[in-house]
Design a protein around this ligand. Structure first.
Ligand SMILES: NC(=O)c1ccc[n+]([C@@H]2O[C@H](COP(=O)([O-])OP(=O)(O)OC[C@H]3O[C@@H](n4cnc5c(N)ncnc54)[C@H](OP(=O)(O)O)[C@@H]3O)[C@@H](O)[C@H]2O)c1
Length: 327
């Protein structure tokens, strides 16, 4: 039996709980250390998930020699500095999406990880989910023919907290970086290429960040991905891939889906692929596999795709005039 892989977590927020819950299903892994800006929150998290070490500063967690890798789950605007903190302490990193706020930060992080010979990956959990493996086989097998069109929605109505991370420009708020990244990333995953151009429309809210974004990505063979992301209404939140012989529906919520329907020439079949836990366990297992194998990146979420996604989001932000105060 392999020695247990010891995870350290920076920032015990909502998503860190889902991450830790997922680890319970991995027999060769444990959450070993938790760091919070508050000792009380670190203690509460440690109690809930039976974590051995608690730290009230992120710096002390990365200095712990027993930590094998660090999962960063702080708000977007801190991903760069927290990932850099971990890399500079010699730790591999799994960092929440969006990997950073802009492509310049992404380039610096990837360069540092390479120089230090350390693994780093954006925690875009969607593409590690079992149903996505099944969809990949359908696409590679040509089941729906040539792809012609992608359509998707990601919309929900969050609590209107102007200081919270979704609406606050100081925390890199806005629909694009928080949820728009999913339709962009799944489109990139389906097409396996960067769009040639895009058209975009945004509604900016009272705090100055995008609360609705609707757009099309246009690929070189004429395929179009039509998407929207918004904080204004609850949407269906599915993702369709249309082809010349049929279509695939990735059921809601497509970014965390366990079901897909394949329709070929009008004949439909729905397939389920339930999670072992929260769905976060698949990206965690892949990170551990890569680190143990001495890889610096995962072929499932390669650095080049994280960087091209950040560049695309930079271009979209330039188009809608969204620059954060700290940039
Ligand atoms: N993969 C997914 O499905 C998914 C889903 C939701 C979110 N996320 C990503 O995960 C990250 C965290 O999201 P979340 O929903 O977990 O956020 P959250 O519940 O607000 O937690 C963020 C944590 O970061 C720490 N923090 C440090 N500085 C902060 C500041 N200035 N303001 C607020 N918090 C600060 C806090 O922990 P301490 O102060 O205790 O250290 C807080 O608990 C985001 O980048 C988001 O995009 C991913």
């Amino acid at each position: 039996m392999k020695a247990k892989f010891k995870w350290g977590i920076i920032a015990p927020g909502k998503i860190a709980h889902a991450f830790a819950e997922g680890i319970k299903t991995l027999p060769d892994a444990e959450v070993y250390a938790i760091a919070s800006s508050s000792q009380e929150r670190a203690d509460a998290f440690a109690k809930k998930f039976k974590v051995a070490k608690t730290y009230n500063a992120y710096e002390t967690l990365v200095a712990d020699p027993s930590v094998d890798a660090v999962y960063i789950s702080s708000p977007h605007h801190l991903h760069f500095s927290h990932s850099m903190l971990a890399l500079n302490a010699g730790k591999p990193v799994l960092c929440e999406k969006p990997f950073t706020v802009n492509a310049v930060e992404t380039e610096k992080l990837l360069k540092t990880a390479k120089e230090k010979n350390l693994f780093i990956m954006e925690a875009l959990w969607t593409r590690f989910l079992p149903i996505y493996g099944i969809i990949r086989k359908w696409l590679n097998g040509g089941r729906i023919g040539e792809i012609t069109l992608l359509t998707s929605t990601f919309g929900f109505r969050p609590e209107r907290n102007k200081k919270g991370r979704l609406l606050n420009p100081d925390l890199a708020g806005g629909a694009l970086l928080d949820i728009g990244i999913y339709p962009l990333s799944v489109s990139q995953w389906v097409m396996d290429e960067h769009p040639e151009s895009f058209k975009i429309h945004a509604l900016m809210g009272e705090t100055g960040v995008d609360e609705l974004l609707a757009g099309v990505l246009i690929y070189k063979n004429g395929v179009v991905s039509q998407f929207s992301s918004n904080f204004l209404s609850e949407n269906i939140n599915d993702f369709y891939i249309y082809g010349t012989k049929g279509h695939i529906r990735i059921h809601p919520n497509f970014w965390g889906s366990t079901q897909a329907t394949l329709n070929v020439n009008g004949k439909e079949k729905t397939t389920s692929a339930p999670f072992n836990a929260t769905g976060f366990e698949y990206q965690t297992a892949e990170t551990m596999r890569c680190i143990r194998a001495g890889l610096l990146e995962s072929p499932v979420m390669p650095h080049s795709e994280t960087l091209s996604m950040m560049r695309l989001m930079d271009s979209i932000r330039a188009e809608i005039g969204l620059q954060y105060p700290f940039e």
